[in-house]
Design a protein. Structure first.
Length: 396
């Protein structure tokens, strides 16, 4: 009896638990970026996984006393570095190193590889860094040459980026949990393309690279864009993507950036990725921008579509339509959509407006499967016109 009670209690506790992991975004200073803009974006993206509760630690302003800035890293599963500013106090640095050594997860986001060139352990954690007078003393460059990562020890500055532009990323480790299911090549929206990063580059696993083209003032090398670092028991996911200035945050609205960040966060926290591979993926021809960037499952979209009224937001409808068009005639996938649509047509609680809308969709992508439901709708004056239209086109 006592055991059962304990089991019930544990189940209750876990049932109440909102999220699995806790993340802490560290921000408050950034030399060339709008940290006030970027950290809410990161928070939203990571919370949208449904796996994280995200807190934010804001440092004192540049030039202020840093000695009191001491986030409790060990309370978290992941620390997200969105910081490029004044040096931390010795104890704060030691706590951070200890946190990672003991198995804490870290995300190094974009310019968070810029600060602390003199803090040795931080550079081991980030693997590679840029600017801050980094040079050959900081460690090698790391490039992708002839199908493998290559350390290059030639002298030169650390950190540069050419003109901001849209570019293609190449997945270099398709088996890594973060990248599993990602296309081999996919286009990212306009962003900085970090190049010439240098650092200890120890225990680094390159996940994706991009070609830094001379015509956009790049290096002519395939530079690492996404990679992981092992430090002690800690897991680090390093994304160089996602420039945010006061006037430009489009890079963070790209599905490629969002999905890799979401998956990278879970991997850094746990070593695995349970998030399903999204249905929408950017590809090599077009980047995928998510203006609302909430990941809707198809089920969720149809649940919203059922409530559609004329004059209200058509977003769920257009997102479904977009996904149908993206199947590019793949019969198996189209059948899945048709099944969902038929369920909606049969649903007494679905609005007339939603039924009429999907009659139009069925008229071009439906099959004989849809005919009985359409015939039923044709008997109802409110849906007669669109149902007959669909039937007419399906029977042609
Ligand atoms: Zn930037």
């Amino acid at each position: 009896m006592k055991n059962i009670l304990i089991i019930c209690l544990v189940a209750l506790l876990f049932g109440c638990k909102q999220t699995e992991y806790k993340a802490l975004i560290v921000t408050g200073q950034n030399n060339a970026h709008a940290w006030e803009e970027s950290h809410p974006i990161l928070k939203k993206i990571i919370e949208n996984t449904g796996l994280f509760q995200v807190d934010v630690a804001i440092s004192p302003k540049k030039g202020e006393n840093m000695s009191t800035f001491s986030p409790e890293f060990k309370k978290y599963d992941v620390v997200v570095m969105d910081y490029d500013g004044d040096m931390w106090a010795p104890d704060t640095r030691k706590n951070f190193e200890q946190y990672v050594k003991n198995g804490g997860g870290v995300i190094v986001y974009h310019a968070a590889n810029n600060p602390f060139p003199e803090w040795k352990e931080y550079n081991k954690i980030t693997g590679l860094g840029g600017w801050g007078n980094r040079n050959e003393q900081s460690g090698p460059y790391l490039r992708w040459v002839d199908g493998a990562p290559k350390k290059m020890y030639n002298p030169g500055p650390g950190g540069s980026h050419g003109d901001r532009h849209a570019y293609v990323l190449t997945t270099r480790n398709e088996e890594h949990p973060i990248m599993k299911g990602f296309p081999k090549r996919w286009r990212h929206v306009r962003d900085e393309l970090y190049a010439e990063l240098r650092g200890p580059a120890e225990n680094v696993e390159v996940l994706a690279t991009a070609y830094s083209a001379p015509k956009t003032r790049g290096t002519g090398f395939h530079e690492p864009m996404l990679f992981t670092v092992k430090y002690g028991k800690g897991r680090v996911f390093h994304t160089t993507l996602g420039h945010v200035g006061v006037d430009d945050f489009i890079a963070t609205q790209c599905a490629g950036f969002i999905y890799t960040l979401q998956r990278g966060a879970e991997w850094a926290a746990s070593g695995k990725v349970t998030q399903p591979v999204p249905e929408d993926m950017p590809n090599v021809a077009i980047p995928l921008l998510l203006p609302g960037f909430k990941q809707y499952t198809l089920e969720k979209l149809f649940a919203l579509a059922r409530k559609y009224e004329v004059g209200k937001s058509e977003k769920p409808l257009s997102l479904i339509a977009e996904r149908i068009r993206k199947t590019k005639g793949d019969t198996g996938k189209i059948k899945e959509f048709e099944k969902q649509i038929i369920k909606l047509l049969e649903d007494e609680k679905a609005t007339t407006a939603s039924k009429n809308y999907f009659c139009r969709e069925l008229s071009w992508m439906g099959s004989q499967q849809a005919v009985p439901s359409l015939e039923k709708l044709a008997k109802n004056p409110a849906t007669k016109e669109m149902a007959e239209y669909a039937l007419f086109r399906l029977k042609k």
